[in-house]
Write a protein of this length. Sequence first.
Length: 163
Amino acid sequence: MSSPDKDRLCSVEGTCIALASAMIQSIRAGLLYFVMVFSLGFLLGTVRVLVLIPRLGELVSTCIELPIILSAAWLASDWLITRLQVSSQWWTRLSMGLIAFGLLMAAELALSVWLVGNTVQEHFAAYGTLPHAIGLAGQAVFALIPLIQRGEHNHGTAMDDSV
């Protein structure tokens, strides 16, 4: 990085440290957010596949599971934001959610291929069905929850709205 770029990003004493700290904070929170929600999702998904789908079908089962997992995601995000004092800067909250979303997508692909036996193409083709499209929409909401909760917590710095 050239000196003018560095000066622009670090124009205030300690700004570089604050930016790095906020990014580390969002990475850590995103990882933990993924672990917490994926763990519950794996448990709920097992119940959905083994118990609900045979009785109610895939669409109804997905619609039952989705509000439960999104409620849990809301609580997990809220707890992590408070516990880790995640900055209220929009980009740290969005980073937290996108990191968790990326890990979730990778984990789902891995489980689909290795546990279920789907090909990569079959996995992605499933998003063309209504139950999987609804699930993907729910996962997008999961990614946005930390950003949506931005106004609820103020753990940032004076530069929160300017960055």
